[in-house]
Design a protein around this ligand. Sequence first.
Ligand code: FMN
Length: 305
Amino acid sequence: MTTIDPRALRNAFGTFMTGVTVVTAHDADGNPLGFTANSFTSVSMDPPLVLVCLANSSQNYDALTQADGFAINILSEHQKDVSNTFARPVDDRFACVDWRTGPHGSPVFDGVSAWFDCSMHKTVEAGDHVILIGQVQAYDTSPTPGLGYARGAYVTPMAEAEALSQNANLIVSALIARGNEVLLVDDGNGGLALPEIRVGKDGASAALTKLIEASGLSAEPGFIYSVFEDGAREHQHISFLCQAADGIPAKGCFTELSASTLMDIADPAVRIMLERFASESRMGNYGVYYGNQTSGKVRPIVSGS
Ligand SMILES: Cc1cc2nc3c(=O)[nH]c(=O)nc-3n(C[C@H](O)[C@H](O)[C@H](O)COP(=O)(O)O)c2cc1C
């Protein structure tokens, strides 16, 4: 076996982009405890299981491995300070966040993208870590975008989109999908288009909220699917992929992206994006596109699971 340089290996592991969580529980005296972890993984749907890896060196090792359960708090983009606090030797880590005791008994945080309050299913020793496997007893989610982490740095795509939206010429479109169909509207010139809106001073996410409200559907705001410069129309364009629940759209209709439908999309940049969406939907994995209307890079999307 070749010798492995631990630092180089750590860097290689760090290329895997993750979210950031804070794992919480109560110790035997009822005191709240928690630590920052990006080793969270969803494991099973039936029964609903999740896991997180805890270093054997953790000051909370005994309390966590003996706890009845633990909660996973999926931090949102504006909770970098919470992540830093729960990764450092701070006296009262819980002072930096509003929290309450969850339905199964572990601390759950306000302002997170999601939390999962779990009973302890199993602990598995694994090298210098222990794997805590929890069974989800209760959970909640919010549309707040999650905080990302890669190569030792935080990643905040929505904040970047907001920064982009300071640009006066920014259009936001909503790629509202339901099954293998997408909501398309009349572009006013005999062609088809995605619902879109020029971004005002309130920024990109407010524009997206307006678009979703105008669609008459209940749809989750979702994630950035594509960011591109539309040279032909002289603007920047951010398209958000949103999953729609049931309901009849106020304008337009859900349409399968067949070759003939794609031909009716008048804007060539949007047509190219929807061709990619149609092929990625067939394969079931999506990427984020950054570039102009003809060339750019597709980066894989990191989802919660
Ligand atoms: C983004 C991030 C992710 C981390 N992920 C983990 C992890 O998955 N498991 C772990 O044991 N420590 C992880 N750590 C380190 C712990 O948060 C850190 O060592 C903390 O001080 C442990 O606290 P404790 O000793 O009070 O448990 C992570 C730190 C950061 C900043």
